[in-house]
Design a protein. Structure first.
Length: 319
């Protein structure tokens, strides 16, 4: 495994860099990833990435191989590198070294081509919430080069599918947290991408809407689309996903089909084995639910009122 410090100075890749201008080490990484993509029968998403922030290594040679048509889950503890990895794979964050291939296209050689094939679910603070739900979807579609008529038709379909038709003309800033999550997902789907990348898509979504969203995503995957989700809910990943990768400390601990990674156990139990960090509950003597106070003897005490001290009259006042 290469150390990140070998790449940090010479492998800064920008979206405008041409492949011929890449540093030698980065070119070697890209060649390896290209070869891996060519050998794969699926040709979905392939990546080998490095990223650090100051002295913190966030992603340290993390390898992903995501087949087309899969429902792929990324799971890991907080700070494991999931969001950083997804941002680099989708062209939102420049890696220090390595490469990412989207359906045979190098993301950082032709970032615009790669971005046309993917739909990234934005976070609520990344959208124009002063637009109405309908306006936001139409804007997202036209930003992708779609005609206004086609975008409006798809926007109405998505609003109906996500139970947002009644709020179509309401500003997004007035949406609830769950409604905002749904309009963000709809904006990522309006151009019918071949790959959907979703970071915690079901957070703050009510159970009924969550079930409807799951049905839409499963149907999308059945048509040949690829769904990549990042989640902390093991039960959700185990039920919905066909493949899963467990990430910790910027590396993949295990990857494959859900059954392969679970290895005959519950996915959550297997996850805890791979990641570690489980320890006995801390015993806090004072955290007793008020039991100590209930058992402590009480004594009747008279509360004396605190009266103000009378002011001493001045000579002028006496006169």
């Amino acid at each position: 495994m290469y150390e990140l410090r070998q790449y940090s100075k010479e492998c800064r890749i920008s979206a405008a860099d041409d492949a011929s201008r890449r540093p030698r080490a980065c070119t070697a990484v890209a060649t390896a990833a290209t070869s891996m993509a060519a050998e794969s029968e699926c040709g979905g998403v392939h990546s080998w990435l490095f990223k650090h922030f100051d002295r913190k290594i966030a992603v340290n040679g993390l390898v992903l191989d995501i087949p087309v048509g899969s429902f792929y889950g990324l799971v890991g503890p907080n700070g494991a590198g999931k969001t950083t990895t997804l941002n680099m794979v989708t062209g939102l964050l420049v890696p220090d070294a390595g490469t990412a291939m989207i359906l045979g296209h190098d993301v950082w050689s032709d970032v615009n081509t790669a971005k046309r094939m993917i739909g990234v679910m934005p976070q609520p603070d990344q959208i124009f919430d002063r637009l109405t739900g309908l306006q936001l979807l139409v804007y997202s579609g036209m930003l992708r080069g779609m005609s206004r008529d086609e975008t409006t038709r798809r926007a109405q379909d998505l609003l109906n599918a996500f139970d947002l038709a009644g709020a179509a003309n309401t500003m997004v800033t007035d949406y609830s947290a769950g409604m905002t999550k749904k309009i963000c997902l709809a904006s990522a789907m309006i151009h019918s991408p071949r790959i959907l990348v979703l970071d915690e898509p079901f957070e703050s979504v009510d159970p009924v809407s969550s079930a409807n969203l799951k049905d839409i995503l499963i149907e999308y995957a059945k048509t040949g689309g690829t769904v990549i989700i990042s989640s902390h809910v093991m039960a959700l990943v185990e039920k919905m996903c066909t493949h899963v990768a467990v990430i910790n400390d910027g590396l993949v601990c295990a990857a494959g089909t859900v059954d392969e990674v679970a290895a005959g156990e519950e996915l959550e139990d297997r996850f805890l084995q791979l990641v570690g960090g489980r320890h006995e509950a801390a015993h806090l003597a004072w955290l007793d639910g008020g039991q100590a106070q209930a058992q402590a003897p009480t004594s009747a005490q008279t509360i004396q009122p605190i009266l103000p001290t009378p002011a001493t009259p001045t000579d002028e006042a006496r006169q």
